[in-house]
Design a protein around this ligand. Structure first.
Ligand SMILES: *[C@@H]1O[C@H](CO)[C@@H](O)[C@H](O)[C@H]1NC(C)=O
Ligand SMILES: *[C@@H]1O[C@H](CO)[C@@H](O)[C@H](O)[C@H]1NC(C)=O
Ligand SMILES: *[C@@H]1O[C@H](CO)[C@@H](O)[C@H](O)[C@H]1NC(C)=O
Length: 347
């Protein structure tokens, strides 16, 4: 039997309870939000220490914090998305935007030319290639380097290809001087930290009669004046360079089976900026803006074909400074345009 007034009675008790509960949950969620914000700030402080970051003032630091926070949230939500063939991670580039990355780290300028390669392709008649190759295991790839905040990727891309052919033909793996190319290759279209072309770098090294070592002419990430004394001391020579016929991944494989290649890609995306491992299969577009070096190819356990690409953003980026990019995507251009503009020095 119902107790008269039970309804009113229960409401009278419930309402304050509900109000109290809502109030507590609001306070609680605000506290959680503050905790999130606080823990993001803690992570930022730890990140600053880890990377030795120095900001000019608090305003700059706060501006960088907001970029850091938005990048960290992007990375975490991407990774939580599951079922991806690659992962993103927080790295030393987490306080810059993708626009800043493009403006200061990329620096590849696409040469204007017709569809016919200007040089012969000496691997045109290659008929069989190994199913995989990794020039790192053959002593033809130096340690991963870091271009710093200088758009000199084109010099790193070309120099790594020269290091490769030099090691293959002489048996000596020598780290060669990007700074020489950045500072001394200034009479053509190349513009040091403002960008350039791998072809221009090969032309410069060839016409200069060679290139000095990194040890003799060290990198300092600026457009410093060319040191003519260091420029005149050659440690490695090339006889010229050739282009891989554009837009055909099998032609790239034929050349890469014989030596590391300078390749251009579109790299200005958050996916590329924070790539931390796995097989990158993101469609990035074909607006080539970054020079890197292809140092091998292979196939993983799942049967996915990939390129092994050496970047020049230090070892914290990607797989110790490298990225594996999906190979054989069906479009001749290759993932991110990797088959559009491949070239190599001859020795
Ligand atoms: C870079 O090298 C040039 C020439 O050797 C030198 O003048 C300049 O001070 C160096 N800069 C840094 C930051 O090391
Ligand atoms: C230029 O290179 C020479 C030879 O490597 C070196 O002795 C000299 O200190 C360099 N000059 C500058 C300004 O860095
Ligand atoms: C790519 O090059 C190969 C020779 O290596 C040729 O047989 C093939 O037709 C070319 N593919 C395209 C799409 O041009």
């Amino acid at each position: 039997m119902a107790f008269p007034g039970q309804k009113q009675c229960s409401l009278a008790i419930l309402l304050p309870l509900i109000i109290l509960a809502v109030g507590i949950s609001q306070v609680w969620s605000r506290k959680l939000m503050n905790d999130d914000e606080a823990s993001m700030e803690e992570r930022y402080e730890e990140w600053i220490i880890k990377h030795g970051k120095v900001y000019n003032n608090d305003e700059e630091k706060q501006k960088r914090f907001l970029i850091f926070k938005s990048n960290v949230e992007y990375i975490e939500s991407f990774n939580a998305g599951g079922d991806k063939s690659y992962k993103l991670g927080i790295n030393h580039l987490t306080d810059i935007t993708v626009e800043e990355l493009k403006a200061s780290l990329n620096g590849f300028k696409r040469p204007q030319r017709g569809s016919t390669p200007p040089t012969p392709f000496k691997y045109a008649n290659v008929e069989s290639v190994p199913s995989s190759i990794d020039w790192r295991n053959k002593g033809a790839v130096t340690s991963v380097k870091n271009q710093g905040f200088c758009g000199s990727c084109w010099a790193f891309s070309a120099v790594a290809a020269v290091e490769g052919i030099h090691a293959i033909t002489t048996g000596q793996l020598v780290s060669l001087s990007e700074q020489q190319v950045v500072s001394c290759d200034i009479h053509g279209r190349d513009e040091g930290c403002n960008g350039g072309y791998m072809e221009g770098a090969f032309q410069y090294i060839w016409k200069n009669g060679g290139i000095n070592s990194d040890a003799n002419y060290p990198y300092n990430a600026t457009d410093a004046t060319c040191n003519a004394t260091a420029e005149a001391f050659e440690v490695a020579q090339i006889k010229g360079y050739e282009m891989v016929p554009a837009n055909n991944e099998s032609e790239v494989v034929k050349a890469l089976a014989h030596q590391p290649l300078a390749v251009a890609i579109q790299a200005s995306s958050l996916h590329f900026q924070f790539y931390s491992g796995g097989i990158f299969d993101e469609t990035c577009g074909y607006e080539l803006d970054h020079g890197v070096t292809a140092v091998g190819y292979g196939t993983n356990e799942a049967g996915t074909d990939y390129w092994i690409v050496k970047n020049s953003w230090g070892t914290e980026w990607g797989e110790g400074g490298y990225i594996r990019m999906k190979r054989g995507i069906g479009a001749g251009l290759g993932l991110c345009g990797i088959a559009m503009d491949a070239s190599y020095p001859t020795a």
